[in-house]
Design a protein. Structure first.
Length: 386
């Protein structure tokens, strides 16, 4: 991870805006700039960057972790034990001390979306000028370098493997969570075999039935899968911090004629968007390709979300493939393309695939059959255990 290059790019943006120091609170951005990916619960971590130095303010239980992983010039450690309380009891003490060296009126870069009000009030007597870094940092993360793309591409292979394993073992009578475990076990086995000492994060969501598939972001539960069920199986896999996504809508047993019609309409919209997305087109144009197909089919009112989103360190990143995004797409951007329809009493329908944009073309990095025939699971229909 070339954190030196990223910090230098941030410093150039700071210099252009006359920003003397930046305070980074978002954990994804901290990982992007420092290489430290920590679990942040009640103990905040703060990254401070100026033109001379980078520093992390960390709790003591992350000290060894930071020394191993963080690429920064200095660590400020705070403690919650009586023995070492005099060395700093909170991140607030260290940050206040650091910020005192900057004069009144200094321009300070912060992420408005992540910067707590209590930190602003901590140093309000210095009357800093706050400058929003949300968009500059998001723009830096738009374009992935080759190391990032390689990790995302491998995550695409892994997530495809997990989807294949779960759908390949589904049958009526198991729960959504039992269904998920097949892909998760295959994922764990493959990562342990292929990537020793790697870090892995993942999620799986498999809402089933007419009502649950109309709620796109619900986690798998203990609902028992039934004959003639519709499911949306959604997975992301992150290898060493970088993610890819794959989703498929499928059926246990024969779908209704209306479900077949809507499935094929969503597939048409996704294939059209995947065919259209490339370097040089606007983000909103990709959305429009899918929207027109839904409008022609008379179901645009059931299109409840954008056609896709960026992905990388975050589950959802900018840029967004939204109707109002004029951004022209560039080489090195990575997207999930996932137009969907959600129709009461009929079901939800969504496929998602991850693509990398290059000057030579669009590289699809997730692979699982997407046609209706492949996604009707009939030969494994059995008795429900309900």
């Amino acid at each position: 991870m070339n954190t030196i290059k990223r910090i230098q790019a941030l410093r150039e943006r700071m210099e252009n805006q006359k920003i003397e120091v930046s305070i980074v609170m978002n954990f994804e951005n901290q990982y992007y700039f420092s290489g430290l990916k920590a679990l942040t619960y009640s103990r905040p971590i703060v990254l401070v960057v100026d033109q001379q130095e980078t520093a992390l303010i960390i709790p003591s239980l992350e000290e060894d972790h930071s020394k191993e992983k963080a690429h920064v010039d200095r660590l400020y450690v705070y403690h919650e034990t009586k023995l070492r309380a005099g060395e700093g009891r909170s991140h607030l003490e260290h940050l206040a001390r650091i910020m005192r060296k900057y004069p009144t009126g200094t321009k300070v870069g912060v992420e408005f979306s992540s910067f707590p009000v209590k930190l602003e009030r901590l140093v309000e007597e210095q009357d800093f000028q706050w400058v929003n870094l949300d968009q500059p940092i998001a723009e830096m993360r738009y374009i992935k370098d080759q190391e990032e793309i390689d990790l995302i591409t491998e995550s695409g292979r892994l997530v495809s493997l997990a989807v294949e394993s779960s759908i390949g073992n589904v049958k009526a009578g198991m729960t959504e969570m039992e269904f998920d475990q097949f892909g998760t076990n295959a994922l764990f086995t493959e990562v342990a075999r292929k990537h020793p000492n790697a870090t892995l994060d993942y999620f799986a969501m498999s809402p089933s039935g007419l009502s649950r598939t109309n709620m796109p972001h619900v986690f798998s539960n203990t609902r028992v899968l039934e004959e003639q069920d519709i499911l949306i199986h959604s997975r992301q896999v992150g290898l060493n911090g970088y993610r890819a996504e794959c989703e498929r809508t499928f059926f246990i047993g024969q779908p209704t004629e209306r479900q077949k019609e809507l499935f094929n309409l969503v597939l048409e919209a996704q294939l059209a968007a995947l065919d259209f997305i490339k370097v040089g087109v606007a983000a909103k144009q990709v959305n429009e390709v899918a929207r027109k197909i839904f409008a022609k089919g008379g179901v645009e009112e059931y299109m409840n979300h954008r056609t896709g989103h960026g992905i990388g360190i975050g589950l959802h990143e900018e840029p967004s493939l939204r109707y109002d995004n004029d951004l022209v797409l560039q080489e090195g951007m990575v997207f999930c393309v996932e137009p969907g329809l959600y129709i009461p009493d009929v079901g939800g329908f969504r496929h998602s695939d991850t693509v990398v944009l290059t000057e030579k073309g669009t590289n699809l990095i997730t692979h699982y059959p997407n046609d209706l025939e492949s996604l009707i699971i009939e030969d494994r229909v059995g008795k429900s255990s309900k």
